[in-house]
Ligand binder design. Sequence first.
Ligand code: 6PG
Length: 246
Amino acid sequence: MTQVETAPTVPEVGLKLAKYITAIADKAIAARGKFTVAVSGGSLPKTLGSGLLHMNEESKIDFSKWQFLYADERSVPLDHADSNHLECKTQIYDPLSISCADNVHAIDYSEDVEEVAAKYEKTLASVFGACDAPQPPVFDLVLLGMGPDGHTLSLFPGHALLEERTKLVASLADSPKPPSKRVTLTYPVCEAARNVAFVTSGAAKADVVYNIHKEGNSNNYPSGLVKCANEDGVMWFLDATAAGKL
Ligand SMILES: O=C(O)[C@H](O)[C@@H](O)[C@H](O)[C@H](O)COP(=O)(O)O
């Protein structure tokens, strides 16, 4: 089961996304004293940042109990143009004066991508307490993008990592989307999350969006295989072009 929210333009998707994420954050903070969110790269940080900025101008958002982590990360230095952390810092943290020291868990870079994955698993344990595959960390929200081939996180069509059910964080050095070296959360982490939402825009996604939502071919795409613990299913935020064939 999935839920679909569409908006005419990407900025308007951002506004809907901001309302959605702050409502989940308020509920999480009231219940558990913090809000944990995993953010993807690509266009998502800009869409999320613009929506939060607009909302924050109307009524100040208290980010002090938010904990930002990553759905996936390219294995590059944190100041590299391809770093998802740098993109989030540019589009979200700096404009909203969110403290990276207090509220963000960047994934330390090293040459060995397997070492990067191991470090991220340690970070998950520090934020969520000891966790392993049978009891993965329970994120309040995982925010995902989707590529034109239906990939999400750094899980690509036909890749062996689609079958990964033990590791919480996997590494790869053959990503078809550059950079080739990445670390990624795996499906078990999404399946344990209280909420998962895709943020997808652009006509290049319209065919896959249609196939996942209308044709019932969801299992043909990594994005279509994503499940979460929310009984209402995965949420999809689409702009008019990505929803153009629905
Ligand atoms: O690090 C990454 O590259 C992303 O996590 C990746 O999975 C992204 O979400 C999709 O490729 C969609 O990217 P766009 O939203 O830019 O199309």
